[in-house]
Design a protein around this ligand. Sequence first.
Ligand code: PEP
Ligand code: MG
Length: 760
Amino acid sequence: MSQAQINATLAARNILTRLHDVMAARTNAQAKLNQVVDIIGDSLNSEVCSIYLLREGVLELFATRGLNQEAVHVTKLALGQGLTGTIAKNVETLNLAEATAHPDFQYRPETGEEKFHSFAGVPIVRMERAVGVLCIQHVEPRRYLEVEIEAMQTVAMVLSELIANAGLVDAQGASDGGAELTHSQREIGFPLVAGLASGKAVFHQPRITIEHVVAEDVEAERQRVYSAFIKMREQIDKMASQAEFGTGGEHDEVLETYKMFAYDEGWSRRINEAIDSGLTAEAAIERVQQRTRMRMRQIDDPLLADRMHDLEDLSNRLLRIVSGQIGTAAQMGLRQDTILIARNLGPAELLEYDRRRLKGVILEEGSLTAHVTIVARAMGIPVMGRMRNILHQVRQDDHLLIDTNENSVLIRPAPQVIEAFEAKFVRSREKQAAYAALRDVEPRTKDGTRIDVLINAGLRDDIAHLAVTGADGVGLFRTEFQFLVSATLPQRERQLRLYRDVLDAAGEKPVVFRTVDIGGDKSLPYLREDGPGEENPAMGWRAVRVALERDGLLKVQARALIEAAAGKTLNVMFPMIAEPWEFDAARQVFEDQLNFLKGRKKILPDRIRYGAMLEVPALAETLDLLGPKIDFLSIGTNDLTQFLLAADRAHPKLAQRYDWISPAILRFIRRVVKSVEPYDIDLTVCGEMGGRQLEALALLAVGIRRLSITPAAVGPIKAMVRSIDLKAASSRMEEMLAHPPANMRETLQDWAMDQGVELG
Ligand code: PEP
Ligand code: MG
């Protein structure tokens, strides 16, 4: 440490000790502030020290040493006005040798500040927003030392506690941290699950409230941070060692960065220095984070912004550990209609929430086919993704409205906006009612082709959608969902019960059970292999690859499924088949179990129908070999698309990169349709693509006649099917695929509108 640093640290410590006494004294708040400006001015040897606080959305001079006392409670500045207003608005520090040279400078004659040239101001921050400004001034033009600024920033933290405790700013301002966060706001995102939702904001990982800023015992605080670092490093190492399936958003690259930060000596040193200056462990972590945030804001580099995000995450993790405020909002329970806010979520994390109270989800990241999105879609919960800054714009319990039609989230909406939204809700319910009325109507095109419309499911309760929607059956039952929501590997008995319940609930309607597809973004903590983590979990050890290697897992599932389907037809489908031998091997596991149960005189299924998923493009090359062996084939467009286009389905930056209505994808699917024509097999599309009206139209136009989709899409898809002339759609599609227009989506959409196709 340099001498200047030592001096500044000592000064800050000296200030903090004295402030501690001021805060403990039984004087009124104004008297305390007057003492504070004296102490700071004294210790930093400044000619002026002033405190501005935000009251009713305006910065007001509350205390000063050095400026005219008549200006106290008289000088007022709007956010963004003058140097002080700029500091508060941008939550940034200013350090100026010549204040008047700054474009935002505004002269206030009542203060008598004309003789002071140099100026340094730091925001007083609470919940990441400025609630005031602390500034010092000197007659001599000079730039302040970095260490002096840091001492001011540390003091500003203490002031923020003093201000909050003394109720010095209006309740609104104190709790939300500034006028900006009391205003209505509209933010644009990327709709992941369509719908309207209204509820109060709840953070998946609640923000930490820092109760005490000034340390009683520096050594004890140092020890607390030390232990927290050890614990956090253990957590990160554990996450890295479990990364083979990846977890929502926390993939390898992020983990590497986490590790780098977690072990960064500079970071822990800075926190320790902040503790040395007299802060508690929590305040020191936050203090260092604030400083980093301010520095990063000055560098306009998207890559750095991403890293900053990671560091924020890690810093919050450290804060949670040190403060003992560890749980997620799910563990605390939802008390009201809620819109959940998270950076990203895993499907299991989402399922932990109370379905009755969870009305919507906002993710900073997210993509259309990530499993958390699929689960939310199945639960009928609207999701808005790619809202990078939402965590900074919303307070806990703010009223939020999600409107995916407008790609927007309304934050703290005004009453008239809520009214308009309610009217939309009513119209949307009417539309839903119109779709629901199609329950008993067959999905038949205008020219008479019957389309099979089935649902995708994964949980026991999902089967109820069969009756509600009038769908033809369950085209995809994702059996891994029960594995995801369970803390341990589900035993055979439990699996058997689930499958039996599902078949009973489905009655006469068919259910296609897909054997476990774990891996990719479906991580199972209790099913891991030792060894290095995976670079590309979606293309790695997952689905049938895991099932064939860990054949104990598949055997148990086969037994449970066969027993559950006693006296009925069992439809089994294997995921991620890349080559026909994988299908043969998986089928053999079932046949062996069937023989075993036969030997035990168990009642067997009347019939087992075997199918494969076409998700790996390579399988399309061997359909002549596979075709004769299978009863059905289901195209999983979620995975197929990511592999065809080499575009990670869960990568937030690629979420808008590709379009399902593109020549490559549609030509590929048309080719699969033609390849299986010689065989007597059902061909279904069961990816998310089939649940969107325009995409489904394109699929029908290339020859698909069977769709398995999210239950909420059954009504809209039936309506679309009933509005098309399939022959006309097919010939238009043939023309488009022969000579693809520049924008296929738009061209198809225009054509469909001309033809009066129902598109929602
Ligand atoms: C698919 O990949 O399209 C599919 C339906 O399977 P999942 O989304 O479960 O990977
Ligand atoms: Mg898949």
